[in-house]
Design a protein around this ligand. Sequence first.
Ligand code: G6P
Length: 382
Amino acid sequence: IMVEKQGFKHFMLKEIYEQPGVVRTCVETYLDTTWSSDRDTNPVTLGLADDLFTDLEHVQIVACGTSWHASLVGKYLIEQLAGIPTMVQYASEFRYSPSPLTRHTLTIGVTQSGETADTLAALEMEQKRRQATEDLALAPRMLGITNRPESSLARLVPHIIDTHAGIEIGVAATKTFIAQVMAFYFLALDLAYRRQTLKPERIEQIIEELRQMPGQIEAVLESQERYIEELAHNFSETQDFIFLGRGINFPIALEGALKLKEISYIHAEGYPAGEMKHGPIALLDAKVPVVAIAMPGTVYDKVLSNAQEAKARDAQLIGVVPLNDEEAEFTFNSLLPVPPVDELLSPILTVIPLQLLAYHIAARRGLDVDQPRNLAKSVTVE
Ligand code: G6P
């Protein structure tokens, strides 16, 4: 398949702009959008076999890189919406030091390409050691989340969620990340529906909010692009960045830092904002910009006060914040506003300005955004 840039300067920028469409496709493919709380059918249409879910007690997820970040969002959703303890492991770690076997466990491999060697090896190892036990409670239940339903992953595991993002060329993952995150919303809702951990009205509300997401992403892209391109000029000499987030936006802080590292070669660290005082705060001065994700919800005030602490060390503060929020305007030097959605849905929006920021800083530095040095689109060797 020939994929063209369609007028965009880089594939990565084109792929960032494809995200509203990707989210729309995911919602239309995997949600019954006519569902309402008085129905007794499952609103999620992933088509997964019931026996994956019978008596489920644990979920364990293995992944690498950006897929590992999507998995951390997934853990938050599965635990908070469906109440199932969930572990997320780096595949490269898990394969040599697997956790003790847990009963009635769903193992999920998340890999955009479906070809990452460590992820495939970790899944294979898990499948074999579970098959080797006589205990039925330990039998393997394997699920893959991938953008390549014809990949090696799909041959290895019996069930797949196809993320339908279309081929991604840029080495730094963007639209495949958002599609993986969408897959986890659907999986968490599916589990919540089956286990009745959410009121039907709440499920209906989340579905309605997911349906709004494509338009909201478009709004962020339209309102932010120019400003972020300009903001990027400020960082042509910057050597370090800190990204802070908490709760469901902690993985987004990690992802924002990874995007920047991958394509701009600037050192960046993502940290849970509450941990800053245990180390990273020692790094802060006027030369180290801090990007904080502060969205309304359980940790909003906490992140704002963490950001204040950084400001007191002269750090330049950039906030991914709700639109038209006075407190945020007062706290941050630069604002990357997004629509003030439900905290639970916010990662779908907060990641967008961070992708644009990384892109524009790298493009401004004249770097090869789509083919960064030392990195490969899929890592098929250990
Ligand atoms: C490589 C890519 C990353 C990607 C990681 C995992 O390092 O450069 O963008 O996140 O592999 O890839 P996967 O295909 O398993 O999601």
